[in-house]
Design a binder for this molecule. Structure first.
Ligand code: FDA
Length: 305
């Protein structure tokens, strides 16, 4: 119920203006977002890298409305990649990109060209790009773009969402040599026709997908904070004889930092997904939807004013 409310709120432009202007949002945002500028993102990346963590930076922004905005998002990534390279943060740092921020809803070709420019900049910087997964209406287009990009930039990664009924099939297609696949549960409000609704069914699907990825020839990126799924992933890695460099764990910035340190301390590659930028509203609403404790934190911040 709470989840649906926050996911509905994520799509409301009116609420967005209200929440963004409320000073109380700042503390909550700081917990999950590195800051508004590339400068702040670079600083947070350096701290994570010094702690032995890998990073995937996300310049916040989705549902771009004009081609100019899409090109500006592209330019932000290109300049960020140059800075990461010049600061010696690549290859530890890569970038995550939402095709909607690059204009996917306006013009698929434009989004693809923008993504290609980012992949070229990443290759130049000695690192990679992972394409985020958005709502199910974009899955086909995003996977088509991925296959196109992988022809020239084979390191380009995909994100698959275990809550989608189609995802086991997508895992099979993508569990091939050189293919980087980030497996997450999925963060959008999706209808029953396309997505499992109960947490148990989503978890069961996650394990089936994990089995396919861990037993396949690609590079699985296990993106979850769920202790049970992390333990199952560790078990599957042992079972399928994968050494620690042959898969990685990924967690969101600000979520379970002690678990990030524990996994890294155990010799695992751990990548922290690090968002930055001013368009944090949709991202924050999805984080609130995921966990009642986050909502309590938010409400406490509001009521203490
Ligand atoms: P879930 O939210 O069910 O949490 C399971 C358990 O984890 C909790 O019961 C608790 O034990 C623990 N936990 C979770 N949050 C915690 C917290 N704040 N503090 C302490 N314990 C906590 N989604 C998407 O649709 N498209 C995408 O491209 C991406 N990309 C992405 C990248 C990365 C690196 C990650 C980690 C996640 C995504 N996601 C995503 C988001 C993903 O789909 C999902 O919504 C969140 O990761 C939350 O799901 P969990 O797997 O953590 O489980």
């Amino acid at each position: 119920m709470l989840r649906s409310l926050f996911l509905a709120a994520a799509g409301s432009a009116r609420l967005e203006r209200l929440v963004e202007s409320a000073p109380v949002s700042k503390g909550m945002v700081r917990r999950f977002v590195a800051g508004g500028s590339a400068e702040e993102a670079m600083r947070a990346s350096r701290e994570l890298a010094d702690d032995g963590l890998a990073i995937s930076l996300d310049h916040l922004g989705e549902d771009t409305e004009t081609a100019e905005q899409a090109r500006a998002a592209r330019d932000e990534y290109v300049s960020l990649l140059t800075r990461l390279h010049d600061s010696g943060l690549t290859p530890a740092a890569e970038v995550s990109v939402k095709l909607s921020a690059l204009g996917q809803r306006l013009d698929e070709k434009l989004a693809r060209e923008n993504a290609r420019a980012i992949c070229a900049a990443a290759a130049e910087a000695g690192t990679t790009v992972t394409l985020d997964a958005e709502d199910h209406t974009t899955t086909d287009a995003t996977l088509e773009t991925l296959l196109e990009l992988r022809k020239d930039f084979p390191g380009t990664g995909a994100v698959l969402q275990a809550y989608l009924r189609r995802t086991e099939g997508d895992c099979r297609e993508l569990a091939v040599a050189g293919s980087r696949v980030r497996l997450c549960k999925g963060a959008y409000a999706e209808p029953e026709s396309v997505a499992f609704q109960s947490p148990l069914d989503v978890d069961k699907s996650y394990v089936r997908c994990l089995n396919i990825l861990m037993s396949g020839a690609g590079y699985p990126m296990v993106a979850t904070h769920d202790p049970r799924l992390i333990a199952i992933a560790e078990d599957r890695a042992r079972w399928f004889d994968r050494s620690t460099g042959e898969y990685e764990f990924q967690l969101l910035y600000g979520v379970r930092p002690e678990e990030q340190a524990r996994l890294a301390g155990g010799g695992h590659t751990v990548r922290v997904y690090l968002p930055y930028g001013r368009q944090w509203y949709g991202y924050l609403m999805r984080r609130l939807a995921e966990r009642p404790a986050n909502v309590a934190f938010f409400v406490k911040a509001v009521s203490s004013r």
